[in-house]
Design a protein around this ligand. Structure first.
Ligand code: SAM
Length: 458
């Protein structure tokens, strides 16, 4: 099995008493962008010294900016069903929690989508519990079809990332044919004994089947896969090394590793108590972990949800996060119910701001919030995306696309204050393009957007 527990534990054991000087030489190596091996990442994970931590944060920020520029990709989750046959100890949707389960009708899905579109969203993460009888793959496919077809004025969903339980090659092929963006599945924990304890008497309890889901997805032709760990279940140091191993395994076998890594942190949910989880991460450890993931896997997007509050999100954007959700609810039919003041959530969220409020802060902080969904629609996925990313060529398309998608958002969903902020940003970003033809193209397309054209991208 490619997550060799003895190997990871030996690295962690060997790095335990590492000196400050040894840590420094790894930081220096990372700064020279020479890439880090497992042992060196193990050493970085031991950093406690405040100055060295600051160096790591600064470096993670520099690496991020050199690869992603100032772009921050925006998305929202959409929960369509809370039926679940599993009993994940940490989850509000576990089968032992007795509440009336539901799945949305297609009309309800369309209603939720219209609300999300009226917030400006173009990219969704589709979320469901696991229940092969009540929620078969055909239901998921129907939802995907409804979402892509539902329009609201200029609003449309252009990319659906799908976060459903580990499944068969056959089902992954169906998802691929339904034009999904990334297939996302969190490993929850790579630590097998913890995994088995957290998923008692459940379909999901099969560690190996869960761990090899991306093999099956790739076999089915899905080449953008997104991994993740639910931080708080097991030792975070173990998880970071395991994420690296999993990424390398996929790179070796399929020539492409994780498109994204999500870093959810355990939150209070119905039927669980945070006190029962001894590996809960404090804020400082969490920041360190995210920065080290950024350094260890520089070309993988890092996704942060509204499980984290405004301050933490703002800070982690500096250290490595490249994609965030906004305006999220984590209950089935939750967008409509939020308007009506009720809800059953999978877990609690901590950033309740509207997307427009989030975007205002991002622009004030110098970022370009992006609703771009061009890559997969242009076939820039998997290996092709990674080679463009690694050569840096992706910058020539990403920055213009991000800017155009932001202008489109401002025109359709911005207030006057936001439109003014975006106008100022357009000038700054345009002037940063060194190629005159790129500058002209962007100027020209922004004029077209102002004249009413939509969905312009390269
Ligand atoms: N049922 C699918 C599966 O098995 O992967 C989809 C996952 S669920 C809708 C999305 C994610 O929420 C889970 O993978 C888990 O990591 C996360 N989650 C569950 N309970 C949580 C909690 N109490 N706090 C934070 N995240 C939680």
């Amino acid at each position: 099995m490619f997550i060799d527990h003895d190997y990871i534990e030996k690295i962690l054991e060997d790095s335990k008493n590492v000196s400050k000087d040894e840590i420094q030489s790894v930081i220096d190596k990372a700064r020279r962008r020479e890439g880090l091996n497992h042992k060196e990442v193990g050493i970085l994970l031991q950093v406690e010294d405040k100055d060295q931590l600051d160096e790591i944060y600064k470096l993670a920020g520099e690496i991020k900016e050199s690869i992603y520029g100032k772009r921050i990709v925006m998305f929202a989750p959409l929960y369509v069903s809370n039926y679940c046959v599993n009993n994940c100890v940490y989850c509000g949707y576990k089968r032992d929690n007795k509440f009336i389960r539901r799945k949305l009708t297609q009309e309800e899905v369309a209603n939720e989508v219209r609300i999300l579109e009226s917030m400006g969203h173009k990219r969704l993460a589709l979320e469901v519990g696991e229940d092969p009888i009540n929620v078969p793959i055909d239901y998921i496919l129907e939802c995907i079809d409804t979402i892509y077809k539902t329009q609201n004025d200029n609003g449309e969903i252009r990319r659906i990332n799908v976060n459903i339980a580990a499944t068969t090659v056959e089902n992954y092929k169906k998802l691929k044919n339904a034009n999904i963006g990334t297939y996302i599945l969190f490993q929850e924990t790579y630590h097998r004994p913890t995994y088995e304890k957290m998923h008692p008497k459940s379909i999901k309890g099969n560690y190996e089947y869960h761990l090899t889901s991306f093999d099956r997805a790739m076999e089915a032709g899905i080449d953008d896969v997104g991994g993740g760990v639910l931080f708080g279940l097991a030792d975070p140091k173990f998880e970071v090394l395991a994420l690296m191993l999993h990424n390398e395994y996929l790179e070796e076998k399929f020539k492409v590793g994780f498109h994204t890594i999500s870093v959810p942190r355990l939150k209070k949910a119905e039927g669980m108590n945070l006190k029962d989880f001894p590996n809960i991460l404090d804020d400082e450890t969490f920041k360190k972990i995210v920065a080290i993931i950024r350094i260890a896997v520089p070309f993988t997007g890092i996704i942060l949800s509204t499980r984290e509050n405004q301050e933490m999100r703002r800070e982690l954007l500096k250290y490595g996060v490249s994609q965030i959700s906004a305006g999220s609810v984590t209950g089935v039919g939750g967008y409509k119910e939020k308007e009506e003041g009720k809800n059953v959530n999978q877990f609690e969220t901590s950033d309740e701001r509207s997307p427009l409020e989030v975007l205002k802060e991002l622009v004030d902080d110098g970022y370009i919030p992006s609703y771009c969904t061009a890559c997969y629609r242009k076939g820039r996925t998997g290996e092709r995306f990674m080679s463009l990313a690694k050569s840096g060529e992706i910058q020539n398309v990403c920055e213009p696309n991000a800017l155009m998608s932001l202008v489109e958002y401002a025109l359709d969903y911005g207030d006057d204050e936001f439109k003014n902020k975006v106008e100022a940003l357009i000038d700054d970003v345009k002037n940063s393009f060194d190629k005159q033809n790129v500058r002209n193209m962007v100027e020209n397309r922004i004029e077209k957007l102002k004249d009413g054209e939509r969905d312009l991208y390269v």
